[in-house]
Ligand binder design. Structure first.
Ligand code: ADP
Length: 248
């Protein structure tokens, strides 16, 4: 494994807000096909890190290499999305008035508006892709349901499906299980583990039981830098992590 063969490489990224360093020389490497969980106390810089990857925030210094050579810090948000980086924010933003199936159809690259869907039929390939995504997110049985009628968990899965429909090369997921029931949380872990078989994923999450279910490498952020990295058991036994985060 080398840095140039990694899918994402944050190299010494620093972001200051009014002199306060939200990210402080942050470096992290993510290999293609890997799923990584990011944890850390409030204010550790998790959101700012995701914002830098998607171009919402531009670092003061440092480089973010995507796919070895593309420097994301030189691209705007639209160009970064075009590189195949999809982000799911904490709150689901599905099209409430459309059916589950139409939501996935709208997310397909070729059909950006309900109007476009009305005037042009989807191809067989597109319909097959929608079927596959519905199957992955286990909402096939609800495909004719209006999204507004879904539970909170189902809306989160639908939004993940909308991202999947776009075939992202990197999927960023912000606190996916916030507000979920225990069974929804367990189902979300199962879904992400399934997705990670074919995708590269970064998940930010506070729920340690959920992170344990993911069974992936964990990066602990603190004061804008990496405090510890490894399995959840490894970082949980790290006294620095216990002091600033888990021990509270
Ligand atoms: P986390 O997601 O880990 O809770 P954030 O990335 O949201 O952490 O925030 C890191 C630090 O940067 C916090 O102290 C926060 O108050 C500060 N911060 C984040 N965004 C801004 C902003 N737009 N302006 C000023 N300070 C900010």
């Amino acid at each position: 494994m080398s840095l140039t063969s990694s899918l994402l490489y944050l190299d010494g990224v620093t972001v200051s807000f009014d002199g306060f360093k939200a990210l402080n020389n942050l470096s992290m490497v993510l290999q293609e096909g890997e799923m990584r969980a990011i944890i850390g106390p409030n204010g550790a810089g998790k959101t700012t890190m995701m914002d830098c990857i998607t171009g919402k925030t531009r670092p003061d210094t440092g480089t973010i290499y995507f796919d070895g050579t593309v420097d994301l810090t030189r691209l705007d948000e639209a160009a970064i999305a075009n590189e195949g980086i999809g982000r799911k924010f904490q709150k689901p933003t599905v099209f409430e008035n459309h059916t589950v199936r139409t939501n996935i159809a709208l997310a397909l690259k070729e059909s950006r508006s309900p109007f476009h869907l009305l005037v042009s039929r989807l191809s067989r390939e597109q319909n097959t892709r929608i079927d596959e995504v519905l199957d992955t997110i286990r909402l096939s049985h609800l495909q004719k349901e209006t999204a507004a009628n879904l539970s909170h968990g189902q809306k989160q899965w639908l939004e993940i499906g909308m991202l999947l429909a776009q075939d992202p090369r990197l999927l960023l997921v912000d606190e996916p299980v916030a507000g979920m029931t225990d069974s929804e949380t367990a189902e979300t872990a199962r879904l992400l583990v399934e997705i990670a078989k074919t995708h590269t994923v970064i998940v930010v999450e506070h729920d340690m039981a959920f992170v344990r279910d993911l069974d992936v490498k964990v990066t602990v952020l603190h004061e804008g830098s990496v405090l510890s990295e490894g399995t959840l058991d490894h970082v949980s036994a790290d006294t620095r992590v216990i002091d600033v985060y888990l021990g509270r």
